[in-house]
Design a protein around this ligand. Sequence first.
Ligand SMILES: Cc1cc2nc3c(=O)[nH]c(=O)nc-3n(C[C@H](O)[C@H](O)[C@H](O)COP(=O)(O)O)c2cc1C
Length: 328
Amino acid sequence: MTPLQKMKTMLSVKYHLLHECWLFYIQLRKHNASVNSTNNLHKLQYLLLRENHIIEKGLSMRNPRRGFGQAKVLMLLTHLDEYVSKFISIDKDFLLYPFSTISHYIAYTKETGIDISNIERVFDELLAKANCLRSSFSSNVGVRMESRVHIHAICNNSFEALLYSRHSVRYFSQEMPSKDVLLHALQIAQQTPSACNRQAWHTHIFTGANNHALLKEQGGCKGFENEISCSILVTADMNAFLSYEIHQVYIDGGLYAMNLINALHSLGLGTIPLSCGFYSSKLQSIKCLFNIPDNEVLILIIGVGILPDEFNVAISNRKNISCTNSYH
Ligand SMILES: Cc1cc2nc3c(=O)[nH]c(=O)nc-3n(C[C@H](O)[C@H](O)[C@H](O)COP(=O)(O)O)c2cc1C
């Protein structure tokens, strides 16, 4: 290639990268959840699912704080009221999950001796406005008790059993997972498929003070960060991907992270995926603090631990596949 041809190629790549950024910005401006969050049916449903999850998450900790979550539940009720006003005629069934969770939360909180009559009143008014009967609520919400013996007995029975028996675990026993078992999980997860077999993932295992500092920075495990004695930061290498596949780094990294979670689970450990969904400034500062090379993007932190004898897990109901599948 002549120097001129080289320069032309380089300029073309730079143009394509800028163009991709611009087109992505246009998509974001339209479809990102932070833009007009409550005027769009889908965005509002996702917002409600996020707020609903905060309650499940609070209940699935070792010792939920007495009376926790009241402000969050009132916020959820406000958004549910908005949903009822705007979208109930389009999708009323959607309401059953958050309504059932709030009902469970009210019963749970009252049992701990806390007066939440203000929340009960707002909830009753909303049920009347939505014309919803308590008899339609699901009792399969909130949390349920699991045990290490049960998980170990069933998790490797079949692939289906592996997936159904995995849950996000938010408290662990004091022991540290052995290095051998962690390496075994990494070995299994190497079987993850990747675009052109590039295997661009990388893992960083954190223990001790660095682990606690990382979890503190992550922030999504507030209230249970001291439960997690080991974490694995999954990253993926931007160097592997070309100008026409700029998001592939997240896809291959995400596939790997999921396989690693399942591998850890199949070896009997408990895991909690912890988000790396942050503004670039925070991602950059995490990279600086923990010596992560600049070419790696942060995919996920996986908190790992030994399962306690018994523990609560959030039930975290799944959508009906008719809502998530289309035939073509
Ligand atoms: C990408 C990702 C990020 C997550 N981040 C957090 C987090 O920061 N804190 C947390 O407690 N749970 C987090 N979770 C766990 C989810 O809340 C959990 O997977 C979801 O509610 C489904 O429950 P399950 O994992 O028990 O099936 C995350 C999960 C994923 C996949």
